[in-house]
Write a new protein. Structure first.
Length: 257
């Protein structure tokens, strides 16, 4: 049975989709376990949401690349709030735009370790607690980059194709248990993502110039909707793009002058 006030753990809650999802689910009465490396941001968010909505929150520092950091964060959050029902494995990034033969180890490792290993580590730590709670929902945040590829995006796309494989596998593995598995796969969204990737505020802003791109709140709404559906419905995969983006890459984008 779906609890009235599910306990939701979100990684990467210091910005973008993670922060927006925390805000929307708090307004729905969910209790929140929020994590990121910039712990001061998640702490401020957790305090604000607890104050505004009267929900229980836990904020912790977590680096999803690191097993002991993830295990400690998940265990402390679930202990503080008294269980765990929903996981939003959102923390991720793109690092640079390098051709495959040019990519530095540092960028490759950042993407593969965060986007693939970090997601596995988060779910591996959380799943026993979700099972104990007797009802759950696991969200992967994939990407259109898990459905297509583009030049300079080889490793990022490989990591998001990896996320798709993980979501599909977990759904098979959990079939028969009261735990749903959903992958939300966005296209271009204006968050801190491009700034992190390009390390240049102007280039990042230009990427979305003339486009009404997705915002964090749009992806939060996809999570809210999938979660709110009747129990027998599992949204496997939601590919979500703004109206101005017709292809899975930036190959067909309507950019106003
Ligand atoms: P943001 O850069 O705005 O947010 C990324 C979040 O991930 C931050 O909270 C960051 O927190 C966290 N994060 C990154 N690395 C780690 C780490 N090692 N440990 C813990 N937290 C980490 O980007 P978005 O919100 O856009 O991205 C969220 C997810 O959505 C990512 O998986 C991304 O690949 C995916 N995505 C983004 C799209 C876009 O166009 N924006 C489109 C499709 C998918 P901190 O730095 O504080 O640790
Ligand atoms: C982010 C979307 O097109 O920058 O996952 O790869 S894209």
């Amino acid at each position: 049975m779906r609890p009235e006030h599910p306990i939701v753990l979100i990684t990467g809650a210091s910005a973008g989709f993670g922060e927006a999802t925390a805000r929307l689910l708090a307004a729905q009465g969910c209790h929140l376990i929020l994590g990121a490396r910039r712990v001061e941001r998640v702490q401020a968010l957790a305090e604000e949401l607890a104050r505004t909505y009267g929900i229980k929150t836990y904020a912790g520092k977590v680096d999803t690349r690191d097993t002991s950091s993830v295990n400690a964060f998940v265990a402390a959050g679930a202990a503080a709030l008294g269980g765990l029902h929903v996981v939003v494995a959102n923390a991720g990034l793109a690092s640079g735009l390098h051709k495959i033969w040019e990519i530095p180890d540092e960028d490759m490792e950042a993407m593969m370790r965060t986007n693939v290993e970090g997601v596995v580590k988060t779910i591996r730590a959380a799943l026993p607690l979700v099972r104990e709670s007797g009802w759950g929902h696991i969200f992967f945040i994939g990407s259109t980059a898990g459905h297509a590829t583009y030049e300079g995006g080889g490793v990022y796309c490989a990591s998001k194709h990896g996320v798709k494989a993980l979501a599909q596998t977990l759904r098979l593995e959990l079939c028969g248990e009261p735990i749903r598995v959903t992958s939300i796969d966005p296209g271009m969204a204006e968050t801190e993502f491009a700034l992190v990737r390009l390390q240049d505020a102007e280039k990042a802003k230009n990427l979305y110039k003339g486009i009404e791109a997705l915002a964090g709140a749009d992806i939060a709404e996809c999570v809210r909707w999938s979660l709110a559906l009747p129990e027998h419905i599992n949204i496997d995969e939601l590919i979500v793009k703004c109206r101005d983006q017709a292809s899975h890459t930036m190959g067909k984008v309507n950019r106003k002058a």
